[in-house]
Design a protein around this ligand. Structure first.
Ligand code: P6P
Length: 341
């Protein structure tokens, strides 16, 4: 299919874009479209909470109650509540995996055809220093029959089974970036109109770059392959850019080129990031934009989950940089295997 035929002008609203894209798939029934709208609605509400929290924090500084006299809740809990409520009320999702909940969440929509894995507010520790933070989501079709609650099997699908994935970055402007497997598009939120507008049509990521993102404060714990790749980046006089907020680092590297890494270390032997609602959705997006994502040895989206909250190492960004990092990981694989014994 010629995606250019589907090209819609910058400024198209997200609602119209979703509807137009659905029209190009005659057998689409509209449930996925509605699900994407439900996510966008929750993102608008969370965006308002985030912006408000700055003010409430100031007011709340004189106690632990906000101006409405409510107990001030952590923003990531608030975001979790908002996304779960939007997905439950939207009716299309039967089950949710959330970073904020140990167990899968049954929405009661037993006819819902979709499962959502979500990190409602990643990097929320940065909110009080005004650093960009984000929501990351992944959408799967359920494999179990409708008419009952979603199952573990529905929740433990490999990333290659994603039907859509996206993130919202709450930054100097708020953006929603997502894919349904036909390219990546970015929408910028205009709060005064309450609408997301197409601002970054058909995002493609540079094949290479000169930025590497990793927490070098723990470099002593890095695998030898990572140490060698970081040394390579320095030899090439790359720029080190690490915000401590995955969505912000990922978004910059997606648009400008670069690589983000969170490797396994002695402290976190499977890495820190979660496969279902951090690594897989961003892997889907970066591949759709022409980039690459792996755990240093294998394609992220082909990793078979064992548990809903599995962690995995992440090397993600420009294809040539990820492949270079994988070369070093392979070269030092034996040394690294010895180190973790
Ligand atoms: P560290 C935030 O907690 C997060 O999950 C990502 O957003 C971020 O990239 C990473 O952890 C930062 O982790 O160990 O470098 O502080």
């Amino acid at each position: 299919m010629d995606h250019n035929k589907l090209a819609l002008p910058v400024g198209t609203t997200l609602d119209r874009f979703i509807m137009r894209k659905q029209e190009d798939f005659p057998y689409a029934t509209g449930e996925l479209s509605q699900l994407l709208r439900d996510i966008a609605l929750a993102a608008k509400i969370v965006n308002r909470e985030i912006n408000r929290s700055g003010l409430i924090d100031i007011a709340g500084a004189y106690g632990n109650r906000n101006v409405q006299g409510e107990d001030q809740q952590k923003l990531d809990v608030i975001a979790n509540i908002r996304f779960i409520r939007a997905l439950r009320n939207g009716g299309e999702v039967c089950t949710i995996i959330s970073e904020e909940d140990d167990e899968k969440i049954q929405t009661g929509n037993v006819q819902g055809k979709y499962v959502v894995a979500i990190d409602p507010l990643d990097g929320s520790s940065n909110i009080d220093v005004n650093v960009s933070i984000g929501t990351i989501f992944s959408i799967y079709r359920r494999v179990s029959p409708t008419g009952a609650e979603g199952t573990d099997q529905d929740c433990l699908q490999a990333g290659t089974h994603q039907v859509a994935a996206g993130y919202v970055i709450y930054g100097s402007s708020t953006m929603m970036v997502y894919t349904t497997g036909n390219g990546v598009n970015g929408f910028t939120y205009e709060p005064s109109l309450g609408e997301f507008f197409l601002s970054h049509p058909h995002i493609t990521s540079p094949k290479t770059g000169t930025v590497y993102s990793i927490n070098e404060g723990i470099s002593e714990d890095f695998p030898e392959g990572v140490k060698a790749f970081v040394a390579h980046c320095k030899d090439q006089h790359f720029s080190a850019r690490y915000i401590g907020s995955l969505v912000a680092d990922f978004h910059r590297n997606l648009l400008k080129g670069g690589i983000y890494m969170y490797p396994a270390t002695r402290k976190v032997q499977n890495g820190k990031l979660r496969l279902a609602y951090e690594c897989n959705p961003l892997a889907f997006i970066v591949e759709q934009a022409g980039g690459k994502a792996s755990n240093g040895f294998m394609r992220t989206m082909e990793i078979q989950p064992i548990g809903m909250h599995d962690r995995c190492p992440l090397f993600i960004g420009s294809t040539e940089l990820v492949e270079k990092a994988e070369e070093y990981m392979a070269q030092y694989a034996n040394a690294d295997a010895e180190a973790v014994k």
